[in-house]
Design a protein around this ligand. Structure first.
Ligand SMILES: Nc1ncnc2c1ncn2[C@@H]1O[C@H](COP(=O)(O)OP(=O)(O)OP(=O)(O)O)[C@@H](O)[C@H]1O
Length: 237
């Protein structure tokens, strides 16, 4: 069992943004060990800004971002040493091959291939030559094989084929079942609802809905039509 009493990450009345302009306001959000939490919302709602503020990449303007139960202003690299992993879109070194990307990430090829055997044929391929899905498997292998306490992932599956999306999300779910917490910004709404424990919907910088996937499914059409772009709806069908 995991110690689920203490959230790994929390936003408490958190406002954050750029210059003097807050982009997200009064956020109340938390992720506990073993939980997969989805952060949904339309383009420009402030999802990436939320991840940055929770990772130490952006300091709060008001309120607090907690890490491991304490208010923290520590930068991402320090939190990374304490078990925070942040995966953005295509977070690979394109000039290095797959094996060297793993080595730089201090992950053995054995660990990575256990997670994603698909990469076996690609170890000596330059990461810039991998498909989008393979690049994201590599990014996720680098993050998950170091057994982080908490994963923040921004659009892990942007533009990828449905089967690859399933594959990536399943790997996150399995890591959470072993105790990791995960906060996922995802465009594949229906797919992420299949693996998430809880969901927050962000609209114009504020949380407008929160609940379990079962609770939100009844409102899914409303969420999609009022918050999400048409292309998102059809991409997940
Ligand atoms: N570095 C920055 N400097 C100034 N404004 C920014 C910066 N990054 C983002 N913004 C602004 O903050 C707002 C929210 O952006 P953010 O990327 O957090 O939204 P998002 O929900 O992740 O959107 P998307 O789904 O399109 O990635 C947008 O209006 C954007 O223009």
């Amino acid at each position: 069992m995991h110690d689920t009493d203490v959230p790994l990450i929390e936003a408490r009345a958190l406002s954050a943004g750029y210059g003097s302009r807050p982009v997200v306001r009064d956020l109340e959000l938390e992720v506990r060990p073993g939980e997969v939490v989805a952060l949904l919302g339309p383009n420009g709602a402030g999802k990436t800004t939320t991840l940055r503020a929770l990772s130490g990449g952006l300091l709060p303007m008001h309120g607090e971002a907690h890490w491991l139960g304490e208010p923290s202003r520590a930068p991402l690299h320090r939190r990374a040493r304490q078990g925070l992993a942040y995966v953005g879109e295509r977070a690979v070194f394109t000039r290095l091959d797959t094996a060297d990307n793993l080595r730089v990430g201090r992950v053995t090829t054995e660990q990575a291939l256990e997670l994603f055997p698909e990469l076996a044929k690609r170890l000596r391929t330059g990461a810039g030559m991998l498909s989008g899905g393979e690049q994201q498997m590599l990014s996720l292998a680098r993050a998950l094989c170091r057994a982080p306490r908490m994963l923040l992932a921004d659009e892990l599956s942007l533009g990828l084929a449905p089967l690859v999306v399933d594959r990536l999300l399943r790997a996150v779910r399995e890591a959470a079942d072993r105790g990791m917490g995960a906060l996922l910004v995802e465009q594949h709404v229906r797919k992420v609802l299949d693996i998430a424990d809880r969901v927050y919907v962000l609209h114009r910088g504020r949380v407008t809905m929160t609940g379990t996937p079962a609770e939100l499914r009844a409102d899914l059409d409303a969420i999609e039509s009022s918050y999400l772009a048409e292309k998102t709806i059809h991409a997940t069908d």
